[in-house]
Design a binder for this molecule. Sequence first.
Ligand code: ZN
Length: 383
Amino acid sequence: MAQLPSNPETIVSAVFALYMKNISLTILALVIASQLFAQQHKTENVVIVTLDGFRWQEVYRGADSALVNSKYTQDKQATRTKYWAKTAAERRLLLTPFFWSALVKQGQFYGNRDLGSKDEVANPFHFSYPGYNEIVTGFADPRMNTNDAITNPNMNLFEFLNKQKGFENKVAAFASWERFHQIFNVERSGLLVNYGYKNLDVPGINARLAYLNEIQCKAPHYLGDSTRIDFLTCEFGKEYMKQFKPRALYIGLDEVDDMAHDGNYQYYLDRIHQQDEFIKQLWEYIQSDPFYKNKTTLLITCDHGRGDTSIEAWRDHGAKVVHSEQTWFAIVGPDTPAGGEMTNSTTTYHKQLAQTISKLLGFDFKAAAGHEVGDPIATVTKP
Ligand SMILES: [Zn+2]
Protein backbone atom coordinates (compact mmCIF):
# COMPACT_ATOMS: atom_id res chain seq x y z
CA MET A 1 0.00 0.00 0.00
CA ALA A 2 1.26 3.51 -0.81
CA GLN A 3 2.32 5.71 2.12
CA LEU A 4 -0.22 8.52 2.58
CA PRO A 5 0.86 12.01 3.75
CA SER A 6 -0.27 13.13 7.23
CA ASN A 7 -1.80 16.51 6.22
CA PRO A 8 -5.62 16.00 5.73
CA GLU A 9 -5.80 18.29 2.67
CA THR A 10 -2.87 16.52 1.12
CA ILE A 11 -4.54 13.19 1.94
CA VAL A 12 -7.76 14.27 0.21
CA SER A 13 -5.91 15.41 -2.91
CA ALA A 14 -3.77 12.25 -2.91
CA VAL A 15 -6.87 10.03 -2.62
CA PHE A 16 -8.53 12.10 -5.37
CA ALA A 17 -5.46 11.67 -7.57
CA LEU A 18 -5.52 7.89 -7.01
CA TYR A 19 -9.27 7.84 -7.75
CA MET A 20 -8.74 9.77 -11.00
CA LYS A 21 -5.88 7.49 -11.92
CA ASN A 22 -8.16 4.45 -11.51
CA ILE A 23 -10.85 6.05 -13.66
CA SER A 24 -8.25 6.89 -16.30
CA LEU A 25 -6.93 3.33 -16.18
CA THR A 26 -10.46 1.97 -16.53
CA ILE A 27 -11.15 4.26 -19.51
CA LEU A 28 -7.81 3.32 -21.02
CA ALA A 29 -8.61 -0.39 -20.59
CA LEU A 30 -12.01 0.10 -22.25
CA VAL A 31 -10.48 1.99 -25.18
CA ILE A 32 -7.85 -0.73 -25.66
CA ALA A 33 -10.51 -3.47 -25.46
CA SER A 34 -12.77 -1.79 -28.04
CA GLN A 35 -9.82 -1.16 -30.34
CA LEU A 36 -8.77 -4.80 -30.06
CA PHE A 37 -12.35 -5.84 -30.87
CA ALA A 38 -12.45 -3.50 -33.86
CA GLN A 39 -9.11 -4.83 -35.02
CA GLN A 40 -10.44 -8.37 -34.84
CA HIS A 41 -13.40 -7.50 -37.06
CA LYS A 42 -12.63 -5.60 -40.21
CA THR A 43 -15.89 -6.72 -41.81
CA GLU A 44 -18.34 -3.81 -42.02
CA ASN A 45 -20.56 -5.14 -44.81
CA VAL A 46 -21.75 -8.55 -45.90
CA VAL A 47 -23.05 -10.05 -49.13
CA ILE A 48 -24.60 -13.53 -49.26
CA VAL A 49 -25.20 -15.23 -52.60
CA THR A 50 -27.11 -18.52 -52.75
CA LEU A 51 -27.19 -20.81 -55.78
CA ASP A 52 -30.16 -23.14 -55.52
CA GLY A 53 -29.28 -26.84 -55.67
CA PHE A 54 -25.68 -26.46 -56.92
CA ARG A 55 -24.06 -29.75 -55.88
CA TRP A 56 -20.67 -29.89 -54.15
CA GLN A 57 -19.73 -32.57 -56.67
CA GLU A 58 -19.60 -30.04 -59.52
CA VAL A 59 -18.05 -27.33 -57.33
CA TYR A 60 -15.03 -29.53 -56.57
CA ARG A 61 -14.88 -32.00 -59.44
CA GLY A 62 -16.30 -30.00 -62.34
CA ALA A 63 -18.42 -31.70 -65.01
CA ASP A 64 -19.31 -35.35 -64.35
CA SER A 65 -18.27 -37.63 -67.24
CA ALA A 66 -21.10 -40.10 -66.67
CA LEU A 67 -23.63 -37.28 -67.02
CA VAL A 68 -21.90 -35.56 -69.95
CA ASN A 69 -22.03 -38.90 -71.78
CA SER A 70 -25.63 -39.66 -70.78
CA LYS A 71 -29.05 -38.82 -72.20
CA TYR A 72 -29.08 -35.82 -69.84
CA THR A 73 -26.61 -33.95 -72.07
CA GLN A 74 -28.13 -33.03 -75.40
CA ASP A 75 -25.13 -31.54 -77.19
CA LYS A 76 -22.32 -33.73 -75.86
CA GLN A 77 -19.65 -32.30 -78.12
CA ALA A 78 -20.36 -28.68 -77.20
CA THR A 79 -20.46 -29.60 -73.51
CA ARG A 80 -17.15 -31.50 -73.72
CA THR A 81 -15.54 -28.61 -75.55
CA LYS A 82 -16.56 -26.16 -72.86
CA TYR A 83 -16.18 -28.19 -69.69
CA TRP A 84 -14.28 -31.41 -70.23
CA ALA A 85 -10.70 -32.12 -69.15
CA LYS A 86 -8.93 -35.11 -67.68
CA THR A 87 -8.52 -34.05 -64.07
CA ALA A 88 -11.03 -32.69 -61.58
CA ALA A 89 -8.77 -29.67 -61.02
CA GLU A 90 -8.83 -28.78 -64.72
CA ARG A 91 -12.55 -29.47 -65.13
CA ARG A 92 -13.63 -27.28 -62.23
CA LEU A 93 -11.41 -24.49 -63.53
CA LEU A 94 -13.29 -24.66 -66.83
CA LEU A 95 -16.68 -24.73 -65.12
CA THR A 96 -16.14 -22.08 -62.43
CA PRO A 97 -13.00 -20.19 -63.46
CA PHE A 98 -13.42 -17.40 -60.93
CA PHE A 99 -13.78 -19.82 -58.01
CA TRP A 100 -10.60 -21.69 -58.88
CA SER A 101 -8.39 -18.94 -60.27
CA ALA A 102 -9.14 -16.17 -57.77
CA LEU A 103 -11.49 -16.96 -54.87
CA VAL A 104 -9.61 -20.06 -53.75
CA LYS A 105 -6.47 -17.96 -53.29
CA GLN A 106 -8.24 -15.32 -51.19
CA GLY A 107 -10.83 -17.20 -49.15
CA GLN A 108 -11.97 -20.58 -47.88
CA PHE A 109 -13.94 -23.40 -49.51
CA TYR A 110 -15.80 -25.90 -47.33
CA GLY A 111 -17.42 -29.20 -48.27
CA ASN A 112 -14.94 -30.97 -50.55
CA ARG A 113 -15.59 -34.50 -49.32
CA ASP A 114 -12.72 -35.77 -51.46
CA LEU A 115 -10.47 -33.89 -49.00
CA GLY A 116 -12.48 -34.90 -45.93
CA SER A 117 -14.28 -31.56 -45.50
CA LYS A 118 -17.97 -32.12 -44.78
CA ASP A 119 -20.59 -29.39 -45.01
CA GLU A 120 -24.30 -30.19 -44.60
CA VAL A 121 -27.74 -28.83 -43.97
CA ALA A 122 -28.94 -29.75 -40.47
CA ASN A 123 -32.61 -29.85 -41.48
CA PRO A 124 -33.92 -33.30 -42.50
CA PHE A 125 -35.86 -32.12 -45.57
CA HIS A 126 -33.16 -31.18 -48.13
CA PHE A 127 -35.26 -28.79 -50.20
CA SER A 128 -35.46 -25.06 -50.67
CA TYR A 129 -37.58 -23.31 -48.04
CA PRO A 130 -36.17 -25.37 -45.14
CA GLY A 131 -32.67 -24.78 -46.57
CA TYR A 132 -33.04 -21.01 -46.91
CA ASN A 133 -34.71 -20.78 -43.51
CA GLU A 134 -31.71 -22.59 -42.02
CA ILE A 135 -29.21 -20.23 -43.68
CA VAL A 136 -30.90 -16.94 -42.80
CA THR A 137 -32.24 -17.80 -39.32
CA GLY A 138 -29.54 -20.20 -38.11
CA PHE A 139 -32.30 -22.57 -37.02
CA ALA A 140 -33.04 -25.94 -38.68
CA ASP A 141 -36.66 -25.51 -37.64
CA PRO A 142 -38.66 -28.76 -38.11
CA ARG A 143 -41.82 -26.66 -38.67
CA MET A 144 -40.34 -25.24 -41.87
CA ASN A 145 -41.06 -28.40 -43.82
CA THR A 146 -42.75 -27.12 -46.99
CA ASN A 147 -42.11 -24.91 -50.02
CA ASP A 148 -45.65 -23.54 -49.66
CA ALA A 149 -46.25 -19.87 -48.89
CA ILE A 150 -46.22 -20.18 -45.11
CA THR A 151 -44.88 -17.19 -43.16
CA ASN A 152 -41.57 -17.81 -41.44
CA PRO A 153 -42.04 -17.24 -37.68
CA ASN A 154 -38.29 -17.12 -37.03
CA MET A 155 -36.25 -13.95 -36.79
CA ASN A 156 -33.67 -13.85 -39.58
CA LEU A 157 -30.20 -12.35 -39.58
CA PHE A 158 -31.12 -9.58 -42.03
CA GLU A 159 -34.09 -8.48 -39.94
CA PHE A 160 -31.79 -8.40 -36.91
CA LEU A 161 -29.11 -6.42 -38.76
CA ASN A 162 -31.68 -3.92 -40.02
CA LYS A 163 -32.26 -2.95 -36.36
CA GLN A 164 -28.58 -2.40 -35.56
CA LYS A 165 -27.03 1.06 -35.47
CA GLY A 166 -25.61 1.99 -38.85
CA PHE A 167 -27.55 -0.78 -40.64
CA GLU A 168 -31.05 0.74 -40.53
CA ASN A 169 -32.49 0.64 -44.08
CA LYS A 170 -29.08 -0.51 -45.36
CA VAL A 171 -30.26 -4.10 -45.72
CA ALA A 172 -31.78 -5.58 -48.90
CA ALA A 173 -32.50 -8.87 -50.63
CA PHE A 174 -32.93 -9.69 -54.31
CA ALA A 175 -34.13 -13.15 -55.23
CA SER A 176 -35.41 -14.96 -58.27
CA TRP A 177 -37.96 -17.04 -56.32
CA GLU A 178 -41.03 -15.28 -54.97
CA ARG A 179 -41.00 -17.40 -51.79
CA PHE A 180 -38.36 -15.08 -50.30
CA HIS A 181 -41.26 -12.82 -49.35
CA GLN A 182 -42.29 -15.43 -46.76
CA ILE A 183 -38.77 -16.65 -45.96
CA PHE A 184 -37.81 -13.13 -44.84
CA ASN A 185 -41.27 -12.50 -43.32
CA VAL A 186 -41.58 -9.12 -45.03
CA GLU A 187 -44.78 -8.25 -43.11
CA ARG A 188 -42.98 -8.40 -39.79
CA SER A 189 -39.39 -7.61 -40.76
CA GLY A 190 -40.20 -4.70 -43.08
CA LEU A 191 -37.13 -5.64 -45.13
CA LEU A 192 -36.67 -4.57 -48.73
CA VAL A 193 -37.07 -7.91 -50.53
CA ASN A 194 -37.39 -7.87 -54.33
CA TYR A 195 -38.28 -11.16 -56.03
CA GLY A 196 -40.09 -12.80 -58.93
CA TYR A 197 -40.97 -10.21 -61.56
CA LYS A 198 -41.87 -7.61 -58.95
CA ASN A 199 -40.74 -4.09 -59.79
CA LEU A 200 -38.22 -2.48 -57.50
CA ASP A 201 -40.36 0.09 -55.75
CA VAL A 202 -37.81 2.39 -54.13
CA PRO A 203 -37.90 6.20 -54.44
CA GLY A 204 -35.07 7.81 -56.40
CA ILE A 205 -33.86 4.74 -58.30
CA ASN A 206 -31.47 5.60 -61.11
CA ALA A 207 -32.04 5.05 -64.83
CA ARG A 208 -30.38 1.62 -64.85
CA LEU A 209 -32.66 0.24 -62.13
CA ALA A 210 -35.69 1.87 -63.78
CA TYR A 211 -34.69 0.18 -67.04
CA LEU A 212 -34.49 -3.21 -65.29
CA ASN A 213 -38.03 -2.62 -64.00
CA GLU A 214 -39.10 -1.85 -67.55
CA ILE A 215 -37.49 -4.80 -69.32
CA GLN A 216 -38.15 -7.57 -66.80
CA CYS A 217 -41.83 -7.74 -67.75
CA LYS A 218 -40.78 -8.13 -71.40
CA ALA A 219 -38.35 -10.96 -70.68
CA PRO A 220 -39.58 -14.50 -71.38
CA HIS A 221 -40.84 -16.07 -68.17
CA TYR A 222 -39.19 -19.43 -68.82
CA LEU A 223 -39.53 -20.43 -65.17
CA GLY A 224 -43.12 -19.24 -64.81
CA ASP A 225 -44.32 -16.03 -63.19
CA SER A 226 -43.13 -16.90 -59.70
CA THR A 227 -39.42 -17.22 -60.51
CA ARG A 228 -37.46 -14.52 -62.33
CA ILE A 229 -34.65 -15.61 -64.62
CA ASP A 230 -31.42 -15.18 -62.72
CA PHE A 231 -29.51 -12.66 -64.79
CA LEU A 232 -32.18 -10.05 -64.03
CA THR A 233 -31.92 -10.77 -60.29
CA CYS A 234 -28.13 -10.46 -60.58
CA GLU A 235 -28.38 -7.11 -62.38
CA PHE A 236 -30.92 -5.75 -59.88
CA GLY A 237 -28.69 -6.74 -56.97
CA LYS A 238 -25.52 -5.32 -58.50
CA GLU A 239 -27.06 -2.02 -59.63
CA TYR A 240 -28.86 -1.56 -56.31
CA MET A 241 -25.56 -2.10 -54.56
CA LYS A 242 -23.83 0.54 -56.67
CA GLN A 243 -26.51 3.16 -56.07
CA PHE A 244 -27.65 2.53 -52.48
CA LYS A 245 -24.61 0.89 -50.84
CA PRO A 246 -26.41 -1.62 -48.61
CA ARG A 247 -24.34 -2.96 -45.71
CA ALA A 248 -26.06 -6.35 -45.79
CA LEU A 249 -27.19 -7.74 -49.13
CA TYR A 250 -28.72 -11.10 -50.03
CA ILE A 251 -28.87 -12.38 -53.61
CA GLY A 252 -30.80 -15.63 -54.16
CA LEU A 253 -30.44 -17.34 -57.57
CA ASP A 254 -32.51 -20.27 -58.77
CA GLU A 255 -31.80 -21.60 -62.26
CA VAL A 256 -29.19 -24.26 -61.45
CA ASP A 257 -31.85 -26.24 -59.57
CA ASP A 258 -34.44 -25.73 -62.31
CA MET A 259 -32.13 -27.12 -64.99
CA ALA A 260 -31.35 -30.16 -62.85
CA HIS A 261 -35.05 -30.94 -62.27
CA ASP A 262 -35.53 -30.61 -66.03
CA GLY A 263 -32.81 -33.23 -66.52
CA ASN A 264 -30.73 -30.86 -68.67
CA TYR A 265 -27.12 -31.34 -67.57
CA GLN A 266 -25.72 -29.08 -70.29
CA TYR A 267 -27.87 -26.15 -69.12
CA TYR A 268 -27.16 -27.02 -65.48
CA LEU A 269 -23.45 -26.57 -66.21
CA ASP A 270 -24.08 -23.44 -68.29
CA ARG A 271 -26.03 -21.78 -65.47
CA ILE A 272 -23.25 -22.62 -63.00
CA HIS A 273 -20.71 -21.11 -65.39
CA GLN A 274 -22.85 -17.97 -65.81
CA GLN A 275 -23.21 -17.51 -62.06
CA ASP A 276 -19.48 -17.88 -61.53
CA GLU A 277 -19.07 -14.93 -63.91
CA PHE A 278 -21.69 -12.94 -61.97
CA ILE A 279 -19.86 -13.62 -58.70
CA LYS A 280 -16.64 -12.47 -60.36
CA GLN A 281 -18.25 -9.16 -61.36
CA LEU A 282 -19.73 -8.77 -57.88
CA TRP A 283 -16.44 -9.38 -56.07
CA GLU A 284 -14.48 -7.17 -58.46
CA TYR A 285 -17.01 -4.39 -57.87
CA ILE A 286 -16.75 -4.88 -54.08
CA GLN A 287 -12.98 -4.64 -54.24
CA SER A 288 -13.06 -1.56 -56.48
CA ASP A 289 -15.46 0.64 -54.49
CA PRO A 290 -13.92 2.39 -51.43
CA PHE A 291 -17.20 1.89 -49.54
CA TYR A 292 -16.77 -1.90 -49.73
CA LYS A 293 -13.12 -2.57 -50.48
CA ASN A 294 -11.37 -4.69 -47.83
CA LYS A 295 -14.38 -4.17 -45.52
CA THR A 296 -16.81 -6.68 -46.99
CA THR A 297 -17.26 -10.42 -46.49
CA LEU A 298 -18.83 -12.44 -49.30
CA LEU A 299 -20.46 -15.80 -48.55
CA ILE A 300 -21.52 -18.11 -51.39
CA THR A 301 -23.51 -21.25 -50.73
CA CYS A 302 -26.50 -23.40 -51.69
CA ASP A 303 -29.75 -24.45 -50.00
CA HIS A 304 -29.34 -28.23 -50.38
CA GLY A 305 -27.38 -30.85 -52.24
CA ARG A 306 -28.59 -33.41 -54.80
CA GLY A 307 -28.39 -37.16 -55.16
CA ASP A 308 -25.39 -39.01 -56.58
CA THR A 309 -26.05 -42.73 -56.09
CA SER A 310 -27.34 -43.43 -59.61
CA ILE A 311 -27.27 -41.80 -63.03
CA GLU A 312 -30.73 -40.27 -62.39
CA ALA A 313 -30.10 -39.19 -58.80
CA TRP A 314 -28.52 -35.79 -59.61
CA ARG A 315 -31.90 -34.51 -60.81
CA ASP A 316 -33.49 -34.61 -57.41
CA HIS A 317 -33.08 -33.86 -53.71
CA GLY A 318 -35.15 -34.31 -50.56
CA ALA A 319 -35.42 -36.46 -47.44
CA LYS A 320 -35.48 -39.64 -49.53
CA VAL A 321 -32.63 -38.68 -51.85
CA VAL A 322 -29.41 -40.09 -50.41
CA HIS A 323 -26.61 -37.51 -49.95
CA SER A 324 -28.79 -34.50 -50.74
CA GLU A 325 -27.97 -33.10 -47.27
CA GLN A 326 -24.39 -32.67 -48.48
CA THR A 327 -23.56 -29.06 -49.31
CA TRP A 328 -20.69 -26.56 -49.54
CA PHE A 329 -19.90 -22.93 -48.98
CA ALA A 330 -17.18 -20.45 -49.85
CA ILE A 331 -16.28 -17.36 -47.88
CA VAL A 332 -13.92 -14.47 -48.59
CA GLY A 333 -13.35 -11.25 -46.70
CA PRO A 334 -10.93 -9.19 -44.60
CA ASP A 335 -11.27 -11.36 -41.47
CA THR A 336 -11.01 -14.73 -43.19
CA PRO A 337 -7.52 -16.18 -43.61
CA ALA A 338 -6.82 -17.50 -47.09
CA GLY A 339 -7.30 -21.17 -46.32
CA GLY A 340 -8.14 -22.34 -49.82
CA GLU A 341 -9.79 -25.74 -49.73
CA MET A 342 -10.48 -26.69 -46.14
CA THR A 343 -9.71 -30.11 -44.74
CA ASN A 344 -11.75 -29.67 -41.55
CA SER A 345 -12.56 -32.91 -39.81
CA THR A 346 -15.53 -31.37 -37.97
CA THR A 347 -18.69 -31.21 -40.08
CA THR A 348 -19.95 -27.67 -40.64
CA TYR A 349 -23.71 -27.02 -40.85
CA HIS A 350 -25.64 -24.29 -42.59
CA LYS A 351 -27.38 -23.41 -39.32
CA GLN A 352 -23.98 -22.02 -38.25
CA LEU A 353 -23.72 -19.50 -41.08
CA ALA A 354 -26.01 -16.80 -39.62
CA GLN A 355 -24.05 -16.48 -36.37
CA THR A 356 -20.74 -16.76 -38.25
CA ILE A 357 -21.69 -13.72 -40.35
CA SER A 358 -23.18 -11.87 -37.39
CA LYS A 359 -19.98 -12.35 -35.41
CA LEU A 360 -17.89 -11.03 -38.30
CA LEU A 361 -19.97 -7.83 -38.14
CA GLY A 362 -19.48 -7.66 -34.36
CA PHE A 363 -23.05 -8.59 -33.37
CA ASP A 364 -24.54 -11.45 -31.36
CA PHE A 365 -27.53 -12.61 -33.41
CA LYS A 366 -27.84 -15.80 -31.38
CA ALA A 367 -28.50 -13.84 -28.16
CA ALA A 368 -31.28 -11.80 -29.78
CA ALA A 369 -32.95 -14.30 -32.12
CA GLY A 370 -35.38 -15.85 -29.63
CA HIS A 371 -34.88 -19.30 -31.13
CA GLU A 372 -32.10 -21.85 -31.53
CA VAL A 373 -29.14 -20.63 -33.57
CA GLY A 374 -26.06 -22.66 -34.52
CA ASP A 375 -22.67 -21.65 -33.18
CA PRO A 376 -20.24 -19.73 -35.39
CA ILE A 377 -17.68 -21.63 -37.45
CA ALA A 378 -14.39 -20.81 -35.74
CA THR A 379 -12.08 -21.52 -38.69
CA VAL A 380 -13.69 -18.74 -40.74
CA THR A 381 -11.79 -16.23 -38.61
CA LYS A 382 -8.80 -18.36 -37.52
CA PRO A 383 -5.84 -19.50 -39.57
ZN1 ZN B 1 -35.25 -28.32 -56.33
